[in-house]
Design a protein around this ligand. Structure first.
Ligand SMILES: Nc1ncnc2c1ncn2[C@@H]1O[C@H](COP(=O)(O)OP(=O)(O)OP(=O)(O)O)[C@@H](O)[C@H]1O
Ligand SMILES: [Mg+2]
Length: 510
């Protein structure tokens, strides 16, 4: 007796179709699974046979079961082949009869026959659709993840019996209802920018960063509001696009971070790992590497508060992925690449006591300590931060002022308008914001007016800017012009962009 059932395999974010074949021949009772299974797959037979018996299906002894998971040369991991293995036995033993040639199955079985949740359902459903599968059976608790995918019927199933009854036309299930994608609406109870008194320049700089997806660094004394400002950043980030939301949700699906109530990441993620995070925690890791904080922040913000407290190794992990937007993690078993197109926001004090460069307070650090502290942030990392902002202490007059500052919703409106210009500009490419422009795009879209070019030329020499800094200034100036709804980059735009690169000279070059 023979049967072949389709399933989907997942290696990192790469999905591929898997044929689960079973051959049942008479002989001594024995079960073999071939096709590079890991321990979880090998153990499937124990779960599957118990689940089948406890679901009321016939399981006769005196047969030799051979399962093959094809393609045989790709390592299979996880417990999600339980369901297709069970369905293949039911099919070979004629306990289900129906048309399931264009169907795929994924899910883990409990001994009682219930189907348990698995990780990575969204990328699996997308892969199945791309391979022409018309319907896919997934665990009920994961089915909402796939509710935005059209042109494939997704069935959320709770038990093996339910799957068999559906195929045998005993009790038909309904596919998951398609829900059109909707971006997250920022709830009014979130902390708002209007709570932050004064700090107009800092807020402006964060608005520019959010509009163009630029990396930024805030430096200032204790209590000046750096963490407070960063916490409010999610309320001014531009709406996430459908494509971005799907990419980010795939990563969350793979790392098991989605729930039935929160099946799609329809907002830009904001990840703020503590400074004790390990390099692997940031980059991703494990025998079959899983995404780390960098990838979980994909299309959103990675916020590193108290930057010099992160270990040097952790900080250096950031360098290449921040520039490339992807991270490749190599392990003995395989090398996997995850996307990590993030906006990196960092905050720090200028020295251990926090008052170095303070307008009124004296720095109490021993001589050389501020320089040592600042040097914990390497030059190359600093160079990757497009916008450097000094967060000065707020004075009493500003703190006690009664008039309200501008609220997040108003800032967000401008950010969204500027981002819409960028999306239109980069239509048909995979770039979505100014910060991610390729060198060719920078040349094409960042043409300076004559005045602006002169200013940049003289500043370049005066400030001793690097080639990367030059590039970043052009990109930031493009964003400032977009916020100003100006096609050309004018003098005032380039002035503001240069000003965002001069802070490192105050602290790092003294
Ligand atoms: N501009 C401001 N407007 C209103 N309140 C402020 C402002 N700046 C600071 N505060 C108050 O001070 C508190 C501390 O600010 P915050 O934690 O953001 O400082 P910080 O710059 O991150 O300091 P540290 O360097 O010690 O981490 C805030 O929770 C807030 O109550
Ligand atoms: Mg802080």
């Amino acid at each position: 007796m023979f049967a072949k059932i389709k399933s989907v395999g997942l290696l990192g974010l790469n999905s591929y179709m898997v044929d689960v074949e079973v051959n049942i021949s008479s002989g001594k009772t024995q079960t073999n699974i071939v096709g590079l299974p890991d321990t979880a797959v090998s153990e499937a037979k124990e779960r599957v046979f118990a689940a089948m018996k406890n679901s009321g299906f016939e399981m006769n002894g005196g047969y030799h079961y051979t399962f093959n998971l094809a393609p045989a040369d790709v390592k299979k991991e996880g417990s999600y082949y339980d369901l297709p293995i069970a369905v293949s036995v039911l099919s070979a033993t004629m306990q289900i009869r129906g048309n399931y040639k264009n169907s795929a199955f994924v899910g883990e079985l409990s001994l009682s026959g219930e189907i348990k949740g698995i990780k990575g359902v969204l990328p699996m459903v997308i892969a199945a659709k791309e391979h022409g599968i018309k319907e896919i059976f997934v665990p009920f608790c994961n089915c909402e993840e796939a509710a935005v995918i059209e042109d494939i019927d997704v069935y959320g199933v709770k038990t093996l019996k339910e799957v068999a009854d559906h195929i045998n036309d005993v009790y038909k299930l309904n596919p998951v209802e398609i829900k059109p994608f909707k971006t997250f609406e920022v709830p009014s109870y979130l902390p708002d920018f209007k709570d932050v008194k004064g700090q107009f320049e800092v807020k402006r700089a964060l608005e520019v960063a959010a509009a163009g997806g630029h990396n930024a660094m805030m430096i200032g004394p204790p209590g000046s509001g750096k963490s407070m400002l960063a916490k409010r950043l999610p309320t001014i980030l531009p709406d996430i696009t459908v494509e971005e939301a799907l990419e980010t949700t795939k990563i969350y699906s793979l790392s098991g971070n989605l729930s039935k109530d929160n099946p799609i990441i329809n907002y830009r993620p904001f990840r703020a790992p503590h400074h004790s995070v390990s390099p692997a925690g940031l980059s991703g890791g494990g025998t079959i590497p899983k995404p780390g904080e960098l990838s979980l922040a994909h299309n959103g913000v990675l916020f590193l508060d108290e930057l010099p407290e992160f270990t040097r190794n952790t900080m250096e992990v950031l360098r290449q992925p921040i520039e490339n937007g992807t991270i490749t993690i190599s392990r003995a078993a395989c090398a996997l690449t995850y996307p990590c197109s993030v906006m990196l926001i960092c905050a720090m004090n200028p020295c251990p006591c926090g008052h170095f460069g303070h307008p009124t307070k004296k720095c109490t650090c021993p001589s050389g300590a501020p320089a040592r502290y600042l040097s914990k942030v390497s030059g190359p990392l600093l160079d990757r931060l497009d916008i450097h902002i000094e967060v000065p202490p707020v004075d009493y007059a500003q703190l006690s002022a009664t008039e309200e500052s501008e609220c997040s919703a108003d800032i967000r409106k401008r950010v969204n308008e500027a981002r819409a210009i960028q999306i239109e500009r980069f239509k048909g490419t995979d770039v979505t914001c100014n910060a991610k422009m390729t060198p060719a795009m920078t040349r094409k879209f960042c043409v300076l007016s004559e005045d602006a070019a002169k200013i940049l030329e003289s500043s370049f020499e005066k400030l001793g800017l690097s080639a990367r800094a030059y590039d970043k200034i052009l990109k930031v100036a493009r964003t400032i012009a977009d916020l100003d709804k100006s096609d050309s980059i004018e003098k005032k735009h380039i002035f503001e962009a240069i000003q965002y690169r001069s802070l490192d000279r105050k602290f790092w070059k003294e």
